[in-house]
Design a binder for this molecule. Structure first.
Ligand SMILES: [Zn+2]
Length: 380
């Protein structure tokens, strides 16, 4: 799903192409083929040209973000280009609100700049005023037949205007939504700023889904659905972060079992220990009683040969922490490391474990409590 190819560094920013770009030539060929007539080459050329132009405009937009980030002292990791858009990966935000706004605004500004270059050149053409009217109003009729230069200028103007204005809508995850969130963070706090901009994202995205039906535009519909789902995911992530920030490690600590699974144990012995607990994952020790990893119940029950040693089936990767760490930070570390869980140490001894499944369970429980409270209130 996330497979990309590096196409090189552009102005020093690593740039990658998403695999779905392979669909573009395929789509053009399908579109340009007409039974009986064969492949209409003028259509192939035209749509290839349009695609390359779009690609260029999106690239300029993302370079706007990435180069501004670099100029404001934060790393721009890479640019990824999709057939219908792109993304500049900027892992860390700069501290000052002004710098954040500048970085998010730089993408749409780059498109406005391109449009402002095309505008006087288009007006300068013999039928400039007519052409301008046509390209800014997609429902208008064109009386004159534009030349290739005029078409290029018109498309550059119209597409960049749409890219700039569309991205400036105050809806998460669009640039406009991110600018609004950066501006609201100081006065309202990060949590409220996220709630407001993601709700706006779901509202505006939902509205755009309706507009796309009205216009019969499937590409707009698809983009609108992206906006709605990204907003919903971000809203939920914010809620989960708050839950985890409030919970403590000790309240979720799984104490070590009296009976330990050793890496050299046979699978059937480990299965017997699993039978006495509800845990999906248990720690595995080496012969010197040092923690050496975790083994999953499912793996042992399904895939393992009962006479094999457990060491064939366990994961040797885990992270360690102390009980003083916040559950939010610890969970982020567990997710980043992509491991089953963490061993919690106190004075050089393992006092228990925090497992991913327990964190998920905790979030589920708080969600159920939350809904229960909400429905009780709604009923009364
Ligand atoms: Zn952008």
């Amino acid at each position: 799903m996330f497979r990309t190819w590096r196409i090189g560094r552009i102005l020093g920013i690593p740039t990658e192409l998403h695999w779905s770009f392979l669909l573009v030539p395929a789509a053009i060929l399908v579109y340009a083929y007409q039974p009986g007539l064969g492949l209409r080459w003028t259509q192939v050329q035209w749509w290839t040209g349009i695609t390359l132009l779009l690609f260029l405009f999106v690239l300029v937009h993302e370079l706007g973000h990435a180069l501004t980030a670099r100029a404001r002292g934060v790393r721009a990791e890479k640019i990824i280009l999709f057939p219908l858009g792109g993304g500049a990966l900027i892992p860390e935000e700069p501290e000052r609100t002004f710098d954040q706004v500048l970085i998010y605004a730089a993408g749409p500004l780059a498109n406005i700049l391109l449009a402002l270059v095309a505008l006087p050149l288009l007006l300068w053409q013999p039928n400039g005023a007519y052409l301008l009217q046509f390209y800014l109003n997609p429902f208008g009729n064109l009386i004159v037949l534009p030349s290739l230069t005029e078409q290029l200028l018109g498309i550059t103007l119209a597409v960049n205007a749409i890219l700039a204005l569309g991205n400036l809508l105050p809806a998460y995850p669009l640039d406009g939504g991110r600018i609004l969130r950066a501006l609201l963070k100081k006065p309202l706090g990060e949590r409220s700023a996220t709630v407001i901009t993601t709700l706006l994202g779901m509202l505006i995205g939902g509205g755009l889904v309706g507009v796309s039906f009205y216009l019969g535009d499937p590409l707009l519909g698809l983009s609108a659905l992206f906006i709605v789902s990204f907003s919903a995911i971000e809203l939920n992530r914010g809620w989960q972060r708050r839950r985890l920030a409030r919970a403590s490690i000790t309240e979720m600590l799984r104490p070590p079992l009296n009976e330990r699974i050793y890496a050299a144990d046979r699978v059937y012995r480990a299965r017997a220990i699993f039978a006495g607990t509800d845990a999906k994952v248990l720690p595995v020790y080496d012969n010197w009683n040092q923690l050496s990893g975790f083994v999953e119940r499912e793996v042992l029950m399904r895939e393992a040969d009962r006479e094999h040693p457990v060491e064939f089936y366990y994961e040797a990767e885990f992270i360690t922490a102390t009980a003083a760490e916040s559950l939010l930070v610890l969970t982020e570390r567990i997710v980043d490391a992509d491991v089953y869980g963490a061993a919690i140490y106190s004075r050089g001894e393992v006092v228990g474990f925090i497992l991913t499944e327990d964190v998920i369970l905790h979030l589920d429980r708080s969600r159920r409590r939350f809904y229960k409270r909400f429905t009780n209130r709604a009923a009364s």
